[in-house]
Design a protein around this ligand. Structure first.
Ligand code: HAM
Length: 436
């Protein structure tokens, strides 16, 4: 026997009924985005490797360890071999598209959302996959369009609070910080490097390496023994210049006015290099170790970093897989949606012509009811009545019996499983009866 092929580690198949929940999440997100006047952008799932190296940052874990990169061979004389990468995130791709289509020249703020798969070669665990789906949005434009305003940050955060509420996700925490301008961060990196000099020898191997390569990443360390040391390190808040401090204060003032609760997390520096000023995550206790439902922040220098015009922006991406996990754990997600009715044609398995006739009549009835907007499951005339009832009870709220008599009289027998009540319903009233 040949070897059974399986889905690749870290990837998974999504099956019904869970996919109904995915669809509901996406429909809610699209609805909220529309109300906030966002439009959808769809970018390719693979891009030039250089986009991520320059956009997300060569030194980040994502780029240095987690990308699916390959050398795309030339197929014709006119083509060049090229290094390509499956997108590990979508902000760099959206900003590339912003530059490529000269969206900045409209002078308008671009408010773009996306829903789609991302790929990172991380160690798979609950809530962490190698192919996962993000629902994200970016607000980007020339400064003259107001793209730098702290109001944009607050509006995006307020929209996220609305979206999570409408999805039925309760108990989230908004963690907020500012990583300042590029100059603030460079200053803080030096302060941190100096402070680490005297304590880093007592820290984990990763921190010892980070202290040299990228001191900011020490703040992401999860090793329990290192935590008391990290708590004593200087905070980035003290390295911010007046402008960055005022920007952050304006964001939090607007959030307070809108009634969106937040907490300051001085260690929230995020794992991507493009961030400036506001950074945030919405976390949820029900998720375990991978507790970030979503993350985002401002990236005022990203466009220039990949060869575009000055175009400040802010955005976020939610882990859709994690939204699903959270909703399933909250039990607020009714994923097992039953059909309104199961149509059971009553045939005679031994009489092929009669069986075909009743099955055909059942298909016509199912079509009629489906056109009336009902979710209908169609049985088979060779089933015994007992088998039809057993099947129907699992997947539908009611069963409609369609035999020769019913066909003649136009009066159908309907049983409601929840109550056990059997009712005679004229065909003309059937759709209305089944909608209840
Ligand atoms: P990120 O924090 O790398 O940010 O990812 C955002 C969210 O994607 C995470 O909070 C998490 O919910 C989900 N996520 C990340 N990796 C995985 C994984 N391996 N498995 C399942 N879910 C995962 C970004 O991607 C930025 N592009 C966000 C952004 C947009 N910043 C500004 N604009």
């Amino acid at each position: 026997m040949s070897q059974t092929l399986k889905a690749i580690r870290g990837t998974r198949d999504l099956l019904p009924p869970e996919t109904a929940l995915w669809n509901r999440i996406e429909a809610t997100a699209r609805d909220v985005f529309a109300r906030y006047n966002f439009g959808e952008i769809r970018t390719p799932v693979f891009e030039d490797t250089a986009l991520f190296a320059r956009g997300v940052g060569e030194e980040t874990d994502i780029v240095s360890k987690e990308m699916y990169t390959w050398e795309d061979r030339a197929r014709a004389q006119s083509e060049k071999a090229q290094s390509l990468t499956l997108r590990p995130e979508n902000t760099a791709g959206v900003v590339r598209a912003y530059i490529e289509h000269k969206l900045g020249e409209t002078g308008q703020l671009q408010k773009l959302y996306y829903i789609g798969p991302q790929f990172r070669r991380e160690r798979p665990q609950k809530g962490r996959y190698r192919q996962f789906s993000q629902i994200g949005a970016e607000v980007i434009g020339p400064p003259s369009a107001g793209s730098e305003s702290p109001l944009r940050d607050a509006e995006v955060l307020e929209m996220l609070a609305t979206l999570l509420d409408e999805l039925g996700i309760t108990g989230w925490t908004l963690q907020l910080n500012s990583v300042g301008s590029a100059a603030d961060r460079a200053r803080y990196n030096e302060v941190l490097r100096t402070a680490l000099d005297s304590v880093v020898s007592g820290m984990c191997a990763d921190c010892q390496r980070r202290a040299v390569t990228n001191p900011l990443r020490v703040l992401d360390c999860k090793v329990p023994e290192d935590q008391p040391i990290i708590e004593t390190l200087p905070r980035i808040a003290d390295s911010l210049d007046e402008e960055s401090k005022a920007h952050f204060a304006a964001v939090t003032t607007a959030l307070d006015a809108a009634g969106v609760p937040w907490t300051r997390n001085h260690r929230l520096v995020r794992g991507l290099d493009y961030y400036t000023r506001t950074t945030f995550e919405f976390t949820h206790g029900g998720l375990g170790a991978q507790n970030a439902l979503l993350g985002g922040g401002r990236y005022d220098g990203l466009s220039e970093g990949i060869g575009g015009p000055h175009a400040p922006g802010i955005g976020f991406a939610m882990g859709e897989d994690r939204l699903v996990l959270t909703l399933l754990a909250l039990e607020s997600a009714q994923v097992n949606e039953k059909a309104a009715a199961f149509i059971a044609p009553l045939g005679n398995a031994k009489d092929a012509a009669a069986l075909a006739k009743i099955n055909a009549a059942a298909l016509a009835l199912a079509r009629e009811l489906r056109h009336a907007g009902l979710r209908i499951e169609l049985g088979e005339g060779s089933f015994r009545l007992k088998k039809s009832f057993e099947t129907a009870d699992k997947i539908a709220r009611k069963i409609v019996i369609l035999g020769e008599d019913e066909l003649q009289s136009g009066i159908l027998t309907v049983k409601t499983f929840a109550t056990g009540v059997q009712t005679k319903v004229p065909r003309t009233e059937l759709a209305a009866f089944l909608s209840n």
